[in-house]
Design a protein around this ligand. Sequence first.
Ligand code: IYR
Length: 225
Amino acid sequence: MMTTPTYLPLSEFREYPVEEMTRRAEEFYESLRRRRTVRDFADRPVPREIIETCLKTAGTAPNGANQQPWHFTVIGKGPLRTEIRAAAEEEERAFYAGKAGTEWLHALEPLGTDANKPFLETAPWLIAIFGERYSVGENGEKVKNYYVPESVNIATGFLIAALHHAGLATLTHTPNPMNFLNKICKRPDNERPYILLVAGYPAEDATVPEHATHKKPLDEICSFL
Ligand code: IYR
């Protein structure tokens, strides 16, 4: 059966004079270029409402056929953290012990990362981000989702930007593999975990690897034709 689209006026779009647009673009860059991936988190609480608002931002991301094929499991402080940390560190120990291969481990050297992930217990919030490989219809049938990785990753970008904008630090943690998240978060088999996002205040003595602060200049990442 064909579905006939209905249309609404684009009532919320805002156009700005060019000078204002220039300023806004620069201000946004100035804000986002201060974002750093943080690995040392403070043990300070962050109100749940802030996380909820940032997740609403993530939920506005462009995505395939507006199927919104994502799920965000938010894990506050509690016993699940110990489980998540133990499972992640077990995978990471194998990864750093050689499973990653020498080339990958060499690429990570300037970051100084290792299998120790205390932030999984310290930070006030963990957000496990899942992509729905397919949805389950009303009669239990599989409904195909489109552009799932693209959609989930764009939403994650929105979420990271929203959390940064709110004044929080994040870490895009990717234990490898991370199927243990399905079990701990009680997510169904049609969902695949993409990222375990850590959010909170940075520790007072937090540092960042210098390597991570070097961003390629515009002429290396972009060409105009
Ligand atoms: N998942 C590991 C390894 C790791 C991989 C990449 I690529 C990074 O940019 C950083 C870490 C870990 O979380 O330590």
